[in-house]
Design a protein around this ligand. Structure first.
Ligand SMILES: NC(=O)c1ccc[n+]([C@@H]2O[C@H](COP(=O)([O-])OP(=O)(O)OC[C@H]3O[C@@H](n4cnc5c(N)ncnc54)[C@H](OP(=O)(O)O)[C@@H]3O)[C@@H](O)[C@H]2O)c1
Length: 259
């Protein structure tokens, strides 16, 4: 098999949580361009329908599953709905997550802490359990957990370390699950984005230009990432191109964590 063929995903199905917008949408498009059929999960049915209508133009099957994976029960229900479509899921991208709150750690309400852990960590665990069961039974699969550079480091100028804690734990879950599932044909890796020019970030930086400058000055490549720059990394981790890679975190950050 030629080297570029190893990146192909023809005949495989990829489930992407949060696949309707942002980095999830960009990764879904890249996976479909590599040949994968898609199942996209998100809360807003209209956003899902819009993504589906665009992505079917790539010639792949695109199913959408409205669901909220912010709670363990919600994540389980979304996975059950996705699996009830009857397609064997070969690739799981646990992409939903986020910081959401900017409250100092010393004041951080425990209820919000738990919500962040559920959103960023437990939902990925539940999806790994639900979707991973079929992968383990078939002896084949690739999981890509979307972590963050805020796992290994604390992001300067932002308060509340619920996000850093949850993403670091997701990286730890990735490593340990990779070890447990390695001899059963299922690889588990993490993709850690730096700071990207997604819609919400663009709006946030428009309100806080000083903050944008702080980031850009810190990034060796001196710019934010464009969402389509995570797509090839996701294809690498999802495909046989990374057949001997498991338990790894692929950092896509323009060098942010070099300094
Ligand atoms: N953007 C960055 O610069 C950056 C940097 C480092 C790490 N990350 C990580 O990358 C991932 C994606 O980030 P993003 O900025 O692209 O996220 P985003 O813009 O907040 O969300 C993108 C997608 O997630 C869906 N979504 C959000 N909450 C959901 C929920 N509870 N249940 C189901 N779907 C949900 C959204 O659709 P609906 O709103 O319709 O549900 C949308 O499809 C996150 O894990 C984030 O922590 C992002």
């Amino acid at each position: 098999m030629g080297v570029m063929d190893r990146f192909r995903l023809d005949g495989r199905t990829a489930l992407v949580t949060g696949g309707s917008r942002g980095l999830g949408r960009a990764m879904a498009q890249a996976l479909a361009e590599a040949g994968a059929d898609l199942i996209l999960v998100g809360r807003d049915p209209d956003a899902l329908a819009a993504a589906r209508d665009e992505l079917v133009n790539l010639g792949r099957r695109v199913d959408v599953v409205p669901g909220d994976v912010a709670t363990p029960d919600g994540a389980a229900a979304a996975c059950d709905a996705a699996l009830s479509l009857g397609h064997a899921v070969d690739v799981l991208v646990n992409n939903v997550g986020g910081r959401r709150l900017d409250i100092a750690t010393e004041d951080f309400p425990l209820a919000d802490w738990q919500k962040s852990i559920d959103l960023n960590l437990t939902s990925a665990l539940v999806c790994c359990q639900k979707v991973g069961a079929g992968m383990l039974a078939r002896g084949r699969g690739a999981v890509v957990n979307v972590t963050s550079i805020a796992g290994p480091i604390a992001i300067k100028g932002i308060r509340g370390r619920h996000y850093e804690t949850a993403k670091a734990a997701l990286a730890a879950l990735t490593r340990s699950l990779a070890a447990d599932w390695a001899d059963r044909g299922v690889r588990v890796n993490a993709l850690a984005p730096g700071v990207f020019a997604t819609g919400p970030n663009r709006r946030w930086f428009a309100d806080k230009p000083d903050f944008r400058r702080l980031f850009v000055d810190h990034i060796p490549m001196a710019r934010l990432g464009e969402p389509d720059e995570v797509g090839p990394a996701a294809v690498f981790l999802a495909s046989d191109a990374s057949s001997y890679v498991t338990g790894a975190t692929l950092v896509v950050d323009g060098g942010f964590t070099c300094w």
